[in-house]
Design a protein around this ligand. Structure first.
Ligand SMILES: [Zn+2]
Length: 104
């Protein structure tokens, strides 16, 4: 789903990100991803990043079925591990970035 949002451009500096991997490499995460508690929220899951120019760009999961499944899995994991969902979201994003960039 993230990959389907490319290519795209930064609205401010017009830098083009041809794919998800390049986007991850050329941006910095900003705060924790926001997972809407509402299953039918059109914004679902949003991850904010900063472009190199300092402008904020967002990636979102706006597919209601996918958001419902993600939210369910996130809540189950939070319950199972006793950790809060914000912490889990930060960890998931860090893992996605690690896998895509090959960084440790
Ligand atoms: Zn930019």
């Amino acid at each position: 789903m993230c990959e389907a949002q490319f290519p795209r451009k930064c609205n401010n500096c017009k830098k083009e990100f041809s794919d998800f991997r390049q986007f991850i490499g050329g941006t910095r995460p900003l705060g924790a991803p926001q997972c809407s508690p509402k299953i039918d929220d059109p914004f679902g899951l949003i991850s904010y990043v900063n472009c190199e120019c300092g402008s904020t760009v967002l990636l979102q999961c706006a597919d209601p079925g996918m958001h419902a499944r993600f939210k369910q899995a996130l809540e189950a994991e939070a319950k199972r591990t006793g950790r809060d969902s914000k912490e889990l979201l930060l960890e998931i994003r860090a893992e996605v970035r690690r896998r895509l960039t090959g960084e440790k």
